[in-house]
Every structure is written in C-alpha cells, then in structure tokens.
Design a binder for this molecule. Structure first.
Ligand SMILES: Cc1cc2nc3c(=O)[nH]c(=O)nc-3n(C[C@H](O)[C@H](O)[C@H](O)COP(=O)(O)O)c2cc1C
Length: 212
C-alpha cells in the first residue's frame, strides 16, 4: 500500500476505462470513505447515487449533451463539426465507465440559528448565507469527492471528477427522482484505467506557496 503522500501525488484523472466491472461492495466502501470527510457544521450535506443501469446513464448522457448544445446558443451554427464532436465527448465520456457516481448536495443547516436569524433580518437568504461563509456546502462536497478519488486510486481504479455535467443538474435530478433542493454537483465515472495519463504540468511551487 502507498503511503498517503504518494497516494495523493500519484492520483490522476482518468477519462477512458477498460471494459471491466467493479464489485458493488468496493464502490460502497469508496462512498463510506467519501462520507467520512469533514463537512461544514457537520451537515454531511451530500447524497451519493451509484449509477449502474445503462438505460439511466444513457438518459443522463443525452440530457448533458442536449443542455451543452442548447447553451452554445447561436454560436453552435458557426462551430465546426470537429469542435461539436469533441465537446460532446468532453461532457459525456462518463457514460462509457462501468460505474458512475452522481454526487448531490443537500441543504446545509448553519449550526448557529441565532446568527442565521440575525442575517435573515438583514435580508440574507440561504444562498446569501452560504456565499458570506465561503460556500461551506460546496466545500464539503469537494472534501468528500477528494476522499472518494483517493479511495478509488488506492484500489488501483481510476476516476474523473466531472463538474461539466452539472449544467444539466435539473434534468439529472428529475431522471433520478430527487427533490428539487438536492442539487447535482458532480458525476464521477469510475473504472479500470485504459491508459496511463501524460505527465501533468504543475505551477512552480513558489507561485502557490508563501510564508509570511
Ligand atoms: C471541481 C473539479 C471539476 C472538474 N470537472 C471536470 C470535468 O467536467 N471534465 C473533466 O474532464 N475533468 C474535470 N476535472 C478534472 C480536472 O481537469 C483535473 O483534475 C485537472 O486537469 C488536473 O489533472 P489530474 O486530476 O490528473 O491531476 C475537474 C476537476 C475538479 C477539481
């Protein structure tokens, strides 16, 4: 087993998978690791839905492609077929993985109701409070997803954290029958890597590390 630093440093996004399944028990374990992440106000404001049904994955793929093209608006008619094909692939490659995990964000209840009521009296709504406190709900999802990615990598599988499909969050929530206040944040295809990724270009450490 790799030590933690090597595990974190060697994790890479994987976007192409071998035609090989992953036992559900292993996926369940990945999600247990994900749900042990820290969360704002210990809200555990997440839901993980494991998609194995090819029919459902296909419907989600279609919803994402269609939303992506809708969002291109009038520009779509000026773009080359090569660009459109590449964009379709970039937003929908999750559908080729043996398993896709859909990560939904649920409502974070801020731990101090007195502070919340003071803010509400001044006109802050839930989104305003989340923004004021630097989005603890979204950050919690990020912590859980990173845990998930590392757990997947530790077992020799690959995954890609995909936010692009969130453009079709409403449609995907409906396909999966989730309440409207559960928002899709990410889709994470998981499988056996079908390739070795190219080396990643890193910023110089002194661009991102400071001591004052
Ligand atoms: C919040 C977030 C959203 C991402 N969304 C996508 C995505 O929609 N599609 C994709 O191909 N990669 C996505 N990625 C993966 C990044 O492109 C990738 O992490 C980055 O290029 C660094 O490569 P590495 O993961 O191999 O280290 C996302 C990563 C993060 C952290």
């Amino acid at each position: 087993m790799k030590d933690f630093a090597s595990l974190a440093i060697t994790r890479r996004s994987i976007r192409k998978f071998a035609d090989q399944d992953i036992p559900l028990s292993e996926i369940e374990q990945f999600i247990r690791v994900a749900t042990s992440a820290p969360s704002g106000c210990n809200s555990q404001c997440w839901k993980f839905i494991v998609l194995k049904d090819k029919g459902i994955i296909k419907r989600i793929e279609e919803a994402v492609i269609s939303k992506s093209e809708e969002l291109l608006g009038n520009k779509k008619h000026e773009l080359s077929q090569d660009y459109l094909n590449a964009r379709r692939k970039a937003v929908s490659f999750f559908s080729k993985a043996p398993v896709v995990v859909a990560v939904f964000m649920t409502k974070l209840d801020y731990y101090d109701p007195t502070f919340v009521s003071a803010l509400k009296e001044q006109g802050y709504d839930h989104q305003g409070i989340m923004s004021l406190t630097a989005h603890p709900d979204l950050l919690s999802i990020g912590a859980a997803v990173q845990n998930l990615l590392l757990a997947v990598h530790e077992k020799g599988y690959g995954a890609c954290w995909m936010n692009e499909p969130a453009i079709a969050a409403g449609e995907i929530g409906k396909i999966l029958g989730l309440p409207e206040d559960n928002r899709l944040i990410s889709l994470i295809p998981i499988g056996v890597p079908a390739y070795t990724p190219r080396e990643k270009k890193m910023k110089d450490f002194d661009e991102v590390f400071f001591v004052v």
